[in-house]
Design a protein around this ligand. Structure first.
Ligand SMILES: Nc1nc2c(ncn2[C@@H]2O[C@H](COP(=O)(O)OP(=O)(O)O)[C@@H](O)[C@H]2O)c(=O)[nH]1
Ligand SMILES: [Mg+2]
Ligand SMILES: [Zn+2]
Length: 329
């Protein structure tokens, strides 16, 4: 009993000392990546689960609190933590982020979803119906971050014999633009192998409407190493995760992040000139329009309208671009 008390005190003292060392003048705490010993897996209210990255416990999960002076941490953040009691920890520092993926809520507040990504997998399904504007919203958010965007159509087991021409048309727009589009079924595994190869060595967040099969796909893409290491971490997890926040799965060859379905992926506070960068083909032609402030509507010398007439621009994409521009503050 007394032994345990002593070690807890010692641990706290170590934590405090490290905290002092790490604090910089403005009270914010940041640390070099090489000093990070944890990675945020998920949130549980005020608590976070981290994957332990160093030492004999590497690969297992630790429940942590974070110091109040740290910013809001998200899945994928690399952090430095110290032991608190025997089975919880305190996050004392955060490493700078390679990138941060998120949306804007209806009040214009940025809602970070996940950090340090290399890929975003936009998940569509045969049902519920896929919407071009939602895909484009994701692409706008992704192109700004220099993250690889991939598209996947799930539930192809539900496609009837006759082709679904509306869906085919939608997918061909993105294929023609050079995006890689996979067609899979999480139910019967068809197409899963090539998707898995494309995701190898990437840290990928799966995004898309609720019900398209993001969680099912993650199940189908492999086994999570973290929930397999040790009974303690496994029992902590059982049944506890409904996808209300992003959650990282450490698979054998890749990292996958499940995200909650979002009805609207808000971009309200992105700048208009950043929106068009998400529309590669429009962006290229817009530079050639006669007027620099061309609205790409009825102006003379509009290359985008010309492109629509020539069939090289999909009119749906211009509509979709307009809808996003009109939704900006
Ligand atoms: N037929 C069929 N159903 C699927 C497939 N993938 C997922 N589902 C079903 O679609 C529903 C939503 O899946 P879920 O993974 O929870 O979607 P999420 O909300 O995007 O995570 C569930 O009832 C799944 O069983 C698939 O490939 N084919
Ligand atoms: Mg889900
Ligand atoms: Zn124009």
């Amino acid at each position: 009993m007394s032994n345990r008390k002593l070690s807890k005190k010692q641990l706290q003292r170590i934590a405090e000392n490290q905290q002092k060392e790490l604090s910089n003048v403005d009270g914010r705490v940041s640390v070099d990546i090489s000093n990070c010993n944890g990675r945020i897996i998920s949130h549980f209210g005020q608590q976070l689960d981290i994957e332990i990255l160093k030492g004999s416990a590497a690969g297992s999960i630790m429940r942590c609190h974070q110091r109040a002076n740290l910013p809001h941490l998200v899945t994928g953040d690399l952090v430095q933590w110290v032991a608190d009691t025997q089975d919880t920890g305190i996050i004392v520092a955060q490493s700078s982020r390679k990138n941060i993926f998120g949306r804007y809520d209806s009040n214009g507040k940025f809602k970070p979803i996940a950090a340090n990504l290399s890929c975003v997998l936009i998940v569509l399904a045969v049902v519920p119906e896929a919407f071009l504007n939602l895909i484009d919203r994701y692409l706008v958010a992704i192109e700004r971050l220099e993250i690889l965007p991939l598209l996947v159509l799930n539930k192809i087991d539900l496609i009837e014999n006759e082709k679904n021409s509306k869906l085919e048309g939608l997918l061909s727009i993105y294929r023609d633009l050079g995006y890689q589009v996979f067609e899979v079924s999480a139910k019967n595994s068809s197409g899963i192998h090539s998707l898995k190869e494309a995701l190898a060595n990437q840290t990928t967040i799966l995004v898309g409407q609720s019900g398209v099969g993001k969680s099912s796909l993650i199940n189908r893409l492999g086994l999570d190493k973290l929930t397999q290491t040790g009974e303690l971490s496994a029992s902590k997890y059982k049944g506890t995760h409904t996808t209300t926040t992003a959650r990282l799965y450490h698979m054998e060859k890749c990292d996958l992040i499940d995200s909650p379905g979002i009805r609207e992926f808000g971009l309200s506070h992105i700048k208009a000139q950043d929106v068009i960068q998400g529309f590669k083909e429009l962006n290229e032609l817009a530079l050639l329009c006669k007027f620099r402030d061309c609205g790409h509507d009825k102006e003379p010398g509009c290359e985008i309208q010309q492109g629509i007439s020539n069939g090289i621009i999909a009119p749906e994409r211009l509509d979709s671009y307009r809808r996003i521009i009109n939704s900006l503050y």
